[in-house]
Design a protein. Structure first.
Length: 161
């Protein structure tokens, strides 16, 4: 390939594992089909955004073959799962946008670390009162203590410590 002055995207000199799977729906976005060079009857050299790629088959005997099929919708589902929680959502509420803007304004880099102020709601909603629920749970706990002295003593010991 050096005699043709072509820099391959992957020279196969190092045995690094494959780190990206490109689906057929993305393939033509990375290919520059304006300079395709046919090397022989079975191999073509195609420029990509990563460098030149060899496409085709080697002559000679082929090993055992296998066929795999994955539809574009399956690949999309896979990518949706892979990016779950890290993808930028296109629609953001006004409140979320304001909070993000405030966070970015308050973010500072000091002494090699980032500092951010806590975000507070302008209109904090009051928490519901759960006093009745807490009383019911306490009454049930007392009933349990009356039925089992060993558990009551264990609770007392923990509280004392």
């Amino acid at each position: 390939m050096q005699s043709r002055d072509l820099n391959l995207a992957d020279t196969c000199e190092n045995k690094a594992k494959i780190e990206i799977l490109i689906g057929g729906d993305v393939f033509w976005r990375i290919i520059n089909a304006s300079h395709v060079e046919k090397l022989n009857n079975t191999v073509t050299c195609v420029p990509t955004i990563f460098g030149f790629a060899l496409l085709g088959t080697q002559s000679g005997s082929s090993g055992p073959s296998s066929a795999n099929f994955l539809s574009a919708s399956d690949v999309q589902v896979l990518w949706d799962l892979e990016t779950l929680g890290i993808r930028d959502e296109t629609e953001m509420s006004v409140t979320d946008r304001e909070l993000l803007d405030q966070f970015n304004r308050d973010l500072e880099f000091k002494y090699g670390r980032y500092e951010a102020k806590l975000l507070w709601r302008i209109d904090p909603r009051e928490l519901e009162n759960n006093l009745n629920l807490a009383k019911r749970r306490f009454d049930e706990l007392k009933k349990g203590f009356n039925k089992n002295e060993r558990i009551a003593n264990a609770y007392r010991e923990i509280i004392r410590d």
